[in-house]
Each structure stands twice: as C-alpha cells, then as structure tokens.
Design a protein around this ligand. Structure first.
Ligand code: KPL
Length: 319
C-alpha cells in the first residue's frame, strides 16, 4: 500500500519507518535538511526500533501524487495549510490520518476537504489518531524512540461512516507491529491526551527538562496544578474524567517517556512555533466560554508565547 506521511519529523518519520519495514510503500514529506539526510544515508532510527531505512523522501507534495492513505504529522498550527494542499494534490477519497497533539484538529481538516469541494462526506475519510509513542528528532535523518506508547484509534465498529477508513489504517499499523488500542470515544481520548500534554509539555519547554524530571519538585507540583486546571476545562467541555484516572495517565506517561524531550521542548530548542495554542490555549478558550479562569495555565501560556514570539512558521512543520 502507498502511504504518504506529510510533515515527517520525529513522530511521522518513526511511524513511516515502521510501516516501511513492514513492506508498505512509504513516502516521507519533510524539511529540506531531513530529506537531504535521508536521501544521503537513509533514515536512522535509534532506541526501541533500531535500524537504517532507505525510505523515499520529498520536500514537497508533488501535484498528482497517488497514494492509498495519508498521515498528517504536521504541527497543529500548520495543519490548515497542509490539509488545503493535500485536498488539492491528493486523490479525494482516501483515509486522512490526523495524528496531532491538541484539540480542534478535525474541524481544520474537515474545512479543507469541504473547501476543496472534492469530497462529499469528509467524515468518511478522517481518522483521528491519538499517539503516545515518544520520538525525538536527534538531527536531520536521525530519530530516537526513547520509550513505549501506542496509537489510539476509534473502535471501527462504532466509528460511523469512518469505520472502514479506521479499519484500513489499523490493519497497516498492526501489520507493522505498532501497538494500537481501539477506544469507544476518540474525542474523549483526544481530550484525555490533551490534558496530559497540558501538564507535561509547557513545563518541560519552559524549564528545558526531560519528561522524567517532572517526577521531582518543583516541576511535579507545577505539572499537578496544570493537570487540575486542565481537568476543570475538560469537565466544562462535558468530559467527566476522574482526577485519579488523569493522574494515573500523567505519571504513567511521564515514566514511559522519561528520557524524551517533549515535542514542545523540541520546538523551543529549534526556535520554532509551538502547539501551545491547540493544547493549553484551547483549554483556556473552553474555560473562558464558561467564565472560568485557569490562572496557572494562563501564566504558562503567556510565558511560552513570549518565548517563541519571534519564531517563524516554516513551510513544512514536523511533529
Ligand atoms: O505527546 C508527547 C509530546 O511530547 O508531545 C508526550 C507523550 C508527552 C511525549 O513526550
């Protein structure tokens, strides 16, 4: 099966490598430096999956590219541009896998598919994937997987019109040995992950620490306060998580990804924009609509925004 990965940075390249290893015909679309390194010496994966893979890599999506499936692993702030381009250049009726952190992702892709006017029923093709597999872009052409995780997908039997698309995506991942978990409610899974990201990512990005360092104070307390605020936003949005389940998720994720630099920290490292708006910013907007304030979240969002204010939005972002 032909699979295009748009925005192949750390996560996209890792998923692409696993699919390629299982015999899929994968094309990574990434930044010029990453693509140049892959073309010169292959894609090197270190950590849980070890190997060098001769995968096709492009810096842009060529007009008329034919593919059976497309993974979007671009950053959330670059998703509108990437989906609009894909709606123009790719076949209309193929599964689109959205693997972004944060919230509000499907609406962006749906709007792009609708505005291109090529697809009558976008929801048939959109597949939301919630990824917890950690990955770090060590250098162009080199990705490290420092821990374990899984890809959560909607249970195809309860996924409405997108069920057949979910099934196709899941089958390719399972063939590649990628841990997949089917969940009854994918929106709930995306919120659950966003709450955990809201507690981990900004703190690691602000203090330049590995995820595992959040197990110690003062960062442990800071992450816990952010988790509590994120939980109140989730409840306002109608998700009745318990504090116990989210705390369990938070500390399990931190332990499983202890050696990782969070995706937000990697963005700060490279002077790029971050996903603060689609993670913590989305929680703030949700709370505001109910006249509720989240003081610690507000402060850290401000600090991260200030820190990355001068970051430009490069043409091809990676997650
Ligand atoms: O999703 C992640 C991220 O970095 O964005 C985690 C799971 C926290 C791994 O670092």
């Amino acid at each position: 099966m032909r699979i295009v990965v748009l925005g192949a940075g750390a996560v996209g390249s890792l998923i692409g490598a696993m699919l390629h290893r299982a015999g899929e015909d994968v094309v990574l679309v990434g930044s010029p430096a990453h693509v140049e390194a892959i073309r010169a010496g292959g894609l090197r994966i270190e950590g849980r999956l070890e190997g060098t893979f001769a995968i096709a890599a492009e810096t842009r999506l060529a007009p008329g590219t034919s593919t059976d499936l497309v993974w979007f692993t671009v950053k959330t702030f670059d998703l509108a541009r990437a989906t609009e381009q894909a709606a123009r250049e790719l076949p209309g009726s193929i599964p689109w896998v959205l693997a972004q952190n944060g919230l509000g992702v499907e609406e962006v892709a749906r709007a792009a598919l609708r505005s291109a006017g090529r697809v009558a029923d976008p929801d048939r093709w959109l597949v939301r994937a919630v990824n917890t597999i950690p990955a770090t872009l060590v250098a162009p052409g080199i990705v490290r997987q420092p821990g374990d995780g899984e890809i959560r997908l909607a249970d195809p039997n309860h996924a409405g019109t997108s069920g057949p698309s979910v099934r196709l995506v899941a089958a390719s991942l399972l063939r590649a040995g990628v841990p997949v978990r089917f969940v009854p409610d994918i929106d709930r899974a995306a919120w659950r992950k966003a709450v955990v990201n809201a507690a981990i990512n900004p703190v690691t990005a602000e203090h330049d620490i590995l995820n595992g360092q959040l197990l110690q104070d003062p960062w442990r307390t800071e992450a816990t306060i952010l988790l509590l605020e994120a939980l109140s936003a989730a409840r306002l949005a109608g998700y009745d998580f318990s504090l116990e389940e989210l705390e369990r998720d938070l500390w399990e994720t931190i332990r499983a990804t202890a050696g990782n630099r969070s995706s937000m920290l990697q963005d700060v490292d490279r002077g790029r924009p971050t996903e603060i708006d689609s993670i913590s910013g989305y929680l703030l907007d949700t709370a505001r609509r109910h006249s509720v304030t989240l003081p610690a979240t507000e402060r850290i969002v401000e600090r991260i925004r200030r820190r990355t204010a001068s970051a430009s939005h490069p043409r091809q972002q990676r997650s």
